[in-house]
Design a protein around this ligand. Structure first.
Ligand code: ADP
Ligand code: MG
Length: 465
């Protein structure tokens, strides 16, 4: 037999695609800021045996990378190209004056007839799947959709700054605010647009403190043209992060940069958020997204089923739309599941199969949510140590949180009373019944408790989706 191992050892991939694979791993191991600042500007040049040659913009850049990210880079390149692989650096000789440099490059390319590539030195973290084109309009999202459209045409130039979009889970907030970013980049590719959720912002903030790079962190966000932050309610209770976000907000707003935020509730209900922020959030436009009405639900199902290439009768679409009412993500999930069920059983999509699928969706909803995640969300909300809720403490606030967690576990999971009791420090099933009735009764007379329960349900859904 001919030994071909020496041939296979040679990687036959393009430098660009190798580097792209490396970036995937790197992205998972560093913060957004680090990724954008230090890794996006690296340009893959060529591959010689197992050495990938890349270009860095300056000597300083090289020193910084070498000092801070050497281990990560080695690990990554080994993962992608094997144990013999390494990275070799070339420092760009061209001066760093961006614009004139790009012009000459563009000119040269024009002369030589090569296409002029748009420069992309910045990762926005937008999902290209979210566009205006596939966002179905309906009464529930009319205002938010219209404002989003206006902003895309004129970021920072409308009175909708910030745009604050709020609404329940799975109603299209993330889709809509990302559609704005995608549209802006399509029209104005040079704009610095960044999308991230507030919990990632918080994690990065903490990392910046630990690594002593707070200034860099803050400057990075202050340089954006469009800052899109999803689920801003995650800043609740994080005072230090709020302080810094406040400063970034002010800098951007003063220089007429566009800020876009989403939340599960309106600004005034964001208890635990600094009043200064709440008032700023109301400077621009606050627009809610309401659950879609029947007509919109049918329109969404129709459009999505066409996108998936499914042939579904109006009767079935109406059945689904009548039975899944409060969450667009679930409408989508139902179609996908229906498609899977039909192909698995090689049956055609009929009403009977649709009924079965809708039932499964309702069950999935319960399976996804578990007692652990409920406990975590409840403890986060009341700022209680999770162990306290399981031990014998009879302190009033702990008892209250424990009862609420038991109540929600009964309501949102399929667990038996016995199982629920076991999760809360091995308590008897009768204790669980007592907790459930106590909360049920209290809820009917105490509007505040009712609000708390509804907030907790939303947080649990976000946590488990
Ligand atoms: P939220 O951020 O409010 O929880 P998402 O934006 O993640 O909700 O939306 C959930 C799913 O539903 C996504 O796949 C999204 O594309 C889809 N979706 C939401 N609203 C619409 C709409 N109006 N038209 C089409 N698809 C939508
Ligand atoms: Mg979202």
């Amino acid at each position: 037999m001919i030994d071909t191992s020496f041939i296979e050892k040679k990687p036959n991939k393009e430098p660009i695609s190798i580097w792209r694979d490396c970036l995937k791993t790197i992205k998972e191991n560093v913060t957004l800021m680090t990724y954008n600042t230090w890794f996006i500007p690296i340009k893959p040049l060529e591959l010689e045996n197992f050495t990938l040659r890349v270009q860095l913009p300056s000597q300083f850049f090289w020193e910084w990378i070498d000092e801070h990210y050497n281990t990560l880079i080695n690990k990554t390149i080994h993962e992608v190209l094997g144990p013999e692989a390494k990275l070799a650096y070339v420092i760009s000789e061209e001066p760093e004056k961006e614009d004139s440099q790009n012009e000459t490059v563009a000119k040269k390319q024009e002369e030589s007839g090569e296409p002029v590539k748009p420069k992309q030195e910045f990762e926005s973290f937008l999902n290209p799947r979210y566009t205006f084109d596939n966002f179905i309009k309906g009464e529930g999202n009319q205002l938010a959709r219209a404002a989003a459209g206006a902003i895309s045409d004129n970021p920072g130039g409308t009175s909708f700054n910030p745009l604050f979009v709020y609404g329940g889970v799975g109603l299209g907030k993330t889709h809509l605010i990302q559609a704005i970013g995608n549209k802006i980049l399509q029209n104005l590719p040079d704009k610095k647009v960044i999308y991230l959720s507030a919990d990632i912002f918080t994690v990065e903030f903490v990392e910046a403190i630990q690594s002593n790079t707070l200034n860099e962190f803050s400057n990075f966000y202050r340089k954006m043209d469009v800052l899109i932050i999803d689920d801003i309610q995650f800043l609740i209770g994080k005072e230090k992060t709020q302080d810094l976000f406040f400063q970034i907000f002010n800098t951007l707003h003063q220089s007429r940069k566009q800020i876009i935020l989403s939340s599960d509730k309106p600004p005034k209900d964001l208890k635990g958020l600094d009043d200064r922020l709440i008032s700023r959030f109301q400077w621009g436009l606050t627009a809610d997204i309401q659950p879609p009405d029947l007509e919109t639900r049918i329109a969404i199902l129709k459009r999505k089923s066409e996108d998936y290439g499914m042939m579904i009768s109006t009767e079935i679409l109406e059945y689904i739309a009548n039975n899944i009412t409060s969450n667009i993500r679930e409408l989508e999930g139902c179609l996908i599941k229906l498609l899977a069920n039909a192909s698995l059983s090689s049956k055609e999509i009929n009403l009977e199969l649709a009924k079965k699928t809708v039932k499964e969706i309702a069950t999935d909803r319960k399976i996804n949510i578990n007692i652990e995640s409920i406990t975590k969300v409840v403890c986060d909300y009341f700022k209680i140590d999770e162990n306290k809720i399981r031990d014998k403490t009879r302190k009033k606030e702990v008892v209250m949180a424990r009862q609420i967690a038991m109540y929600l576990s009964k309501e949102l999971t399929k667990s038996s009373l016995k199982t629920i009791g076991l999760h809360f420090g091995g308590r008897d099933h009768s204790t669980v019944i007592h907790a459930c009735t106590a909360i049920e009764e209290e809820k009917n007379t105490d509007a505040h408790l009712k609000d708390i329960l509804s907030t907790l349900r939303t947080n649990i859904e976000i946590n488990c989706s």
